[in-house]
Design a protein around this ligand. Structure first.
Ligand code: PXG
Ligand code: PLP
Length: 441
């Protein structure tokens, strides 16, 4: 049976992720092409990409080096088993990546997504302590409003209620520190908010409750993205790191969103001057082109596992597609593109203009806070009474009609444009958003 490829496709069978399926299927938004800063939709409209796809297409869409690398790799080596075997690009990529990471984070473990990177990091942390003879360190500490993907470990340490409440009892032995969002003191901060380093002391309270000898790791996003763009207060991450070090607890930074230039450096760890013990990435690793994630580990963590008979597998963990040849080729193409265009530090150049434009939305109807760092922006709206998230979603729909893609989470509109963005694009994003906010009033 043939299908009419020009018409809207049948939509019954596909159960869409994180989507209001029934509403979408009544009024679909279909993307059919992309280039640079723009998507093309099925009606031939150009849509300005205000969110780098989903915080991932950092170099813009369809970059030639990445496209060619994928095409060439597919024709050369489609798949290589990753267990007890290797292929050259997996090693080459790891060497290239550890040139970019903060000093000390020089081992790379491949996954296929941010969610898998998170599971991997959590398992590494628990196993590391066990191998060292501290097998009682099994507790994992996350943070309220954290997002660490959608697998069981990630939603257990995560702190987004909607992502947790439907899924039973989750992992046991997990606790949470408070989030750092404090609009009473920090509303409309430009860049890092001044107040709230003391939120890190929550970790001391948790240690007092459970004892450090039971705690394996703490995981936080340096900048919480999915929960509505929460920027770490000045001194907060430093304090968290000091407390972890004092008590032998591993610090995990989840840099799935912040990695690969988003905050003005290759990694947010560099922007904030704090090096974690483990660091998860995904998204920008391949410029969003082929699914891939990774965990970076400190040398000492890797070395801890490298004991015992040499023929024995040191870490019983891995994915069929860990270090997939297409993903490695795409990532190498992405790193070349980032280097050639200077993109991993470009947010530093653009953030001043971006911040000023974003904060010009202050005072518009229903705007209650504006937050920014690097090329990340958040505009928080007051919720419609009794209908949380609806106001922001209506802004999203209006922007889409005007040819701009933004992202909303709760009642926050999030921006994370490709790092190739020019001032004229920033102007258009902000003016479109301004119009939508005025129309929604
Ligand atoms: N950790 C963090 C910090 C993330 O932002 C993940 C883990 C999971 O990655 P995968 O590749 O498994 O999705 C993410 C993903 C949004 C949004 O709208 C953000 C993500 C995913 C979906 C939506 O903010 N980030
Ligand atoms: N389920 C079954 C039955 C499998 O055989 C495998 C892998 O061999 C998996 C799940 C895990 O798949 P992946 O390695 O792609 O995560």
């Amino acid at each position: 049976m043939s299908r009419n490829m020009d018409a809207t496709p049948a939509m019954d069978a596909y159960w869409m992720p994180f989507t209001a399926n029934r509403q979408f299927k009544k009024s679909p938004r279909l993307l059919t092409g992309a280039d640079g800063m723009y998507f093309t939709d099925d009606k031939g409209r150009q849509i300005l990409d205000g969110i780098a796809g989903l915080w991932c297409v950092n170099a813009g869409h369809n970059r030639p080096r990445i496209v060619e690398a994928i095409q060439k790799q597919a024709a050369e080596l489609d798949f290589a088993p990753p267990f007890q075997m290797g292929h050259p690009k997996a090693f080459e990529l790891a060497e290239r990546l550890v040139e970019l990471t903060p000093a000390g984070l020089n081992k790379v473990f491949y996954t296929n997504s941010g969610s898998e990177a998170v599971e991997t990091a959590l398992k590494m942390a628990i196993a590391y302590h066990r191998v060292r003879g501290e097998g009682a360190r099994t507790r994992l500490i996350g943070r309220e409003r954290g997002y660490h993907g959608v697998n069981f470990g990630g939603i257990s340490v995560g702190g987004m209620v909607g992502n947790r409440k439907m899924f039973g009892t989750l992992l046991s032995g997990v606790d949470h520190i408070r989030h750092t969002h404090d609009p009473a003191r920090n509303a409309y901060s430009v860049g890092q908010p001044a107040y709230g380093a003391e939120f890190a002391n929550d970790l001391e309270n948790i240690i007092n409750l459970h004892d450090a000898s039971t705690i394996a790791a703490v995981i936080v996003e340096p900048v919480a993205g999915s929960t509505g763009v929460l920027i770490p207060p000045v001194g907060y991450l430093q304090r968290l790191s000091v407390i972890c070090d004092k008590h032998g607890i591993l610090l995990i930074f989840d840099e799935v969103i912040t990695g690969f230039g988003r905050t003005g450096n290759p990694f947010a760890a560099q922007t904030f001057g704090v090096t974690p013990d483990l660091m998860t990435v995904a998204k920008g690793l391949t410029n969003g082109s082929v699914p891939m994630g990774a965990v970076f580990a400190k040398q000492g963590i890797y070395d801890t596992f490298m004991h015992g008979p040499e023929h024995v597998i040191e870490l019983f963990h891995g994915y069929t597609y860990s270090g997939h040849p297409l993903a490695c080729a795409a990532a190498l193409g992405a790193l070349d593109t980032y280097a050639e265009d200077g993109l991993l530090t470009r947010a530093t150049e653009m953030q001043g203009y971006f911040a000023e434009a974003l904060h010009s939305l202050k005072g518009l109807p229903n705007v209650i806070d504006i937050r920014n760092i690097g090329l990340i922006g958040g505009v928080e709206l007051s919720p419609l009474p009794g209908e949380p998230a609806k106001r922001a979603f209506s802004i999203f729909l209006d922007c889409w009609e005007q040819g701009l893609l933004v992202r909303t989470t709760g009642d926050t509109v999030a921006l994370s444009p490709p790092l190739i963005i020019e001032r004229s694009h920033i102007d258009r994003i902000i003016e479109t958003l301004r119009g939508a906010l005025l129309r929604a009033a």
